[in-house]
Design a protein around this ligand. Structure first.
Ligand SMILES: CSCCC(=O)/C(O)=C/O
Ligand SMILES: [Fe+2]
Length: 186
């Protein structure tokens, strides 16, 4: 099962480490959704191309665009710059949808009390990060991830670094969080 935990406050050491608190404080995926609106789906990484589960999800959620990103020194153009920008706290005007097919990494999201939650992703994990949430991404010490990216319509990748509190998507996110993410995740 996917693991998520509250991070320590050690921003000086390697971002690619686990950064657990002492003792570790895990959060369930249900709690994660309630606090942040982040959705999670588990797919079969060996059969997703033919088993219909991903296809059904794409149709249900209207994902019309799909591509792949490989984050590694060898494959990602402007690697250092991109890795730095992924780990700079930011938000997007649209959902960030990633399905991990190889490798691993960490998505960090802020909870309702501004605490960082780290979500460890592995092959078969699909994560939907809501529009307007402050978040960031880092590779772990394996330094490699290959993920599918989905989008409703034409993709908009632009990150807006914090502070972006005046953006409509941020205000809408805060309002949804205030009301509670009550609509079922799937
Ligand atoms: C594994 S996807 C790379 C990270 C990314 O695309 C992004 O937008 C992070 O916020
Ligand atoms: Fe992002």
């Amino acid at each position: 099962m996917v693991k998520a935990w509250y991070m320590d406050d050690d921003s000086a050491s390697d971002q690619r480490l686990e950064h657990h608190r002492n003792p570790p404080e895990y959060i369930s995926i249900e709690e994660l959704y309630k606090k942040t609106g982040v959705e999670y789906f588990k797919l079969n990484v060996d059969t997703y191309a033919t088993d219909g589960v991903l296809q059904a999800l794409k149709e249900k959620r209207g994902y019309t665009y799909e591509d792949e990103i490989v984050c590694s020194k060898e494959c990602l153009p402007n690697y250092e710059e991109k890795i730095k920008s992924f780990y700079t706290e930011h938000l997007h005007t649209d959902e960030e949808i990633r399905f991990v097919v190889e490798g691993s990494g960490y998505f960090d999201v802020r909870d309702d009390a501004e605490r960082w939650i780290r979500i460890a992703v592995y092959p078969g994990d699909m994560i939907v990060i809501p529009s307007g949430i402050y978040h960031r991404f880092t590779l772990d010490t394996n330094n490699y991830i290959r993920a599918k990216r989905f989008f409703i319509g034409e993709p908009v990748w632009k990150p807006y670094d914090r502070p972006a509190d005046d953006m409509d998507c941020r205000k809408q996110y805060i309002e949804k969080q205030r009301r509670g993410f009550l609509v079922t995740a799937s």
